[in-house]
Write a protein that binds this ligand. Structure first.
Ligand code: SF4
Length: 683
């Protein structure tokens, strides 16, 4: 292993790092012992090589496939475009043949040739009443037709610039809507089928958490047979799986299903579904957006009417006409849409039946500004699903820069459905203590102790010297953040910090409103260029931010994962407040209540864990190489004063800490002066 790793590191132009070697060894051991391993590997560890090398070695030796799953497209691209091609070349000699790899995503990510040739659907009719939508949509669909002539993969992510979701839906299908390669007239040249075919014959399949989740949830396999899965960016796994498992009902969704049904069954039956959808829309408009522990009589009646009308449509749709592909397509599209509407209505009605303490799903109504209201249903936990379908009969390697919260793997392990170690701490390995069974099991889910997955947690640290390279400054003197936007004291603090840093700032806010308020105020107070999320695409903003050292970038949580800017363009990260979930967040509040009902600490398990993960990710933007220096400034004084502050600080990298604003500003001034002295060419 160490020889292979040395070859790989040399090929990718890096240097050997002890954490990387430890991680590679742990992954190798997990594969060989059929156990699972969670590895926290700080920025700069070179963790992708640390799992790819043992994974490839295993795939080649055992003639099997290893699946690598990522949360973000950026990492997927890094693996497929950079790491894997170079690795394959470097390892060809030592392994005796060139390792192979392919990328595989859900069907909706590929252009559907059949839909492209049979014309755009009118599922989104309402949008077509808007002439601006028509022309813009028309232009985008025309571009997609041109692109279809030249693309060899049909992969949406390769279309640059991209198109709107509405346009993409005109040329793509979900797995439910696909006719199936055997019956589809375009089946022989189908991009999605080609990708699956390619993935079936390679050593490494790179995919995303969404497909991993669908593969775990469906009864038929989407991924090729494999015995090892590497989940990179594993801190995001639960959220991605939850969002795949979330169902939705809106008037527009029901109307689209009714339109499709109208082409496949008696129009009168389809019209009844459309009416039921309108009824639901009216009742939702009269309901406050919130978590719904109970459905009002009217709402329950409306959801029941939708369920029954969708069922009536399904019954009214005749048998499949195998000799007529177009009729078969119409039928399939109708059944797919009706199935979703029906199943989601059934889930919503069932979710609110059991006593609150026994609920497994959460229902809520959302009504974002300028959008129609919609009902949602999501699982309270996905740990049971993951334990059964992901950790069941293969080795799983979970890795990320942040997997320990408050210094322990427990929090994320619980969410993944893994048994919790009684005395787990970074670096500690071992088998679960049978006295400490996971909450899901304690709640009565089936999983005898003997069948519990065996795993170990390992923190391989980071090559960065955090106490010497970074300062954590907590503005203890500021008032706790309020509900009505940023107080003036916060704006003054941000101004003084940015002035001391000479720009070079990434400021992360807990809401778009706060980011915009700060950007507006600061543009009048500082002389440096200031970009705000929403001014342009995030990718473009990050490029501009990196290109000009003195530029500042303001944004929200969604920026936290996308910024990888080494060097003096980023020497100050500001976080305005501890990113707890909003108190009215339906899923977080229901999960918190469920933990409390089991005798646990709901706030620490859910809200503080959520905040810790985001804070660590945000702070992780500061140091990207061993030569980077800077300050993470958290303006929320509760990080220093509240009881949970210690837990949150223990999740952050071990920066040198201060609450003295002058110390922070002086450090920033020194860093600014140092960056000025070093000419760019010398860096
Ligand atoms: S097989 Fe399915 S995805 Fe492929 S072209 Fe046909 S309908 Fe589209």
């Amino acid at each position: 292993m160490s020889e292979l790793l040395a070859v790989a590191v040399a090929a990718l132009g890096g240097s050997e790092r002890p954490g990387q070697a430890r991680m590679a060894e742990a992954v190798r051991e997990a594969i060989e012992t059929d156990e699972h391993v969670a590895v926290q590997a700080g920025t700069g560890t070179g963790k992708s090589l640390a799992y790819l090398v043992p994974a490839i070695r295993h795939a080649v030796a055992a003639e099997t496939t290893v699946v690598v799953s990522t949360a973000t497209i950026a990492l997927q691209r890094q693996l497929v475009d950079r790491d894997l091609p170079r690795l394959a070349e470097a390892l060809t000699g030592p392994l005796g043949r060139a390792p192979t790899f392919a990328i595989l995503k859900g069907r909706r990510n590929y252009l559907c040739r059949y839909k492209l040739t049979t014309g755009a659907s009118d599922d989104d009719e309402p949008a077509l009443f808007d002439p601006r939508s028509v022309s813009s949509l028309g232009r985008q669909v025309a571009r997609l037709h041109e692109w279809a002539e030249e693309t060899t993969t049909g992969d949406r992510d390769e279309l640059v610039p991209g198109v709107s979701e509405l346009a993409w839906r005109q040329v793509s299908v979900s797995a439910r809507e696909c006719l199936g390669a055997g019956r589809c007239p375009s089946g022989g040249e189908c991009f999605a089928e080609q990708a699956r075919e390619d993935a079936g014959h390679v050593d490494v399949v790179v995919t995303n958490h969404a497909l991993l989740a669908i593969d775990a949830m469906e009864s038929f396999p989407l991924l090729p047979e494999h015995d090892v899965i590497v989940v990179d960016e594993a801190h995001d796994l639960v959220d991605r799986v939850t969002s795949v498992a979330t169902g939705q009902l809106s008037e527009a969704l029901v109307a689209a299903a009714a339109r499709r049904a109208g082409r496949a069954c008696d129009q009168e039956v389809a019209d009844r579904l459309a009416e039921a959808g309108e009824g639901l829309g009216l009742i939702m408009a009269d309901t406050e957006p919130a978590r719904l522990d109970h459905l009002s009589e009217a709402l329950e009646g409306a959801v029941t009417a939708v369920r029954d009308a969708a069922h009536a449509c399904v019954t009214a749709i005749g048998p499949d006409r195998k000799d007529d592909a177009d009729a078969s397509n119409v039928r399939k599209l109708a059944l797919a849409a009706l199935g979703e509407v029906h199943d989601d209505a059934v889930r919503m009605l069932a979710a609110v039946q059991p006593p609150i303490a026994e609920r497994r799903e959460v229902v809520w109504l959302s009504s974002p500004p300028s959008q129609a209201p919609s009902l949602h249903v999501a699982p309270m936990e996905v740990g049971g699903l993951l334990r059964e379908r992901l950790f069941g009969d293969r080795t799983v390697v979970l890795t990320s820069a942040t997997l320990t919260l408050g210094g322990a793997f427990d929090h994320l392990a619980r969410q993944w459905g893994l048994p919790v170690h009684r005395k787990d701490h970074p670096g500690q390995t071992g088998h679960p203590d049978p006295r400490d069974r996971p909450e899901a099991v304690a709640d009565g889910e089936s999983a005898p102790a003997s069948a519990e997955p065996v795993w170990r947690g390992l923190d391989v640290g980071s090559p960065f010297d955090y106490p010497r390279s970074g300062i954590l400054y907590v503005a203890r003197h500021l008032p706790p953040p309020g509900r009505d936007g940023l107080a003036d004291a916060y704006l003054t603090e941000i101004t003084e910090l940015i002035q001391a840093a000479g720009g070079r700032t990434l400021a992360l806010f807990s809401s778009m409103r706060a980011a915009k308020q700060a950007a507006e105020a600061l543009r009048e107070r500082i002389e440096h260029p200031l970009l705000c999320q929403g001014d342009d695409s995030t990718g473009q903003l990050v490029r501009e931010f990196a290109a000009d050292e003195r530029t500042c970038l303001f944004g929200t949580l969604s920026l936290w994962q996308g910024v990888d800017v080494p060097g003096p363009a980023l020497q100050l990260v500001i976080v305005d407040r501890i990113p707890f979930p909003r108190p009215d967040d339906p899923l977080a509040s229901a999960r918190q209540r469920a933990v409390a009902a089991r005798g646990g600490n709901g706030f620490m398990s859910v809200a503080a864990s959520h905040a810790a993960l985001l804070l660590a990710q945000g702070a992780g933007r500061l140091l990207r190489t061993t030569s980077d220096r800077g300050v993470v400034a958290v303006l929320d004084p509760r990080l220093a004063t509240a009881r949970y502050g210690g837990f949150l600080r223990a999740t952050l990298p071990p920066f040198w800490a201060t609450t003295d604003p002058e110390v922070a500003r002086a450090a920033l001034r020194r860093l600014d002066a140092a960056a000025e002295r070093v000419p760019e060419a010398a860096r």
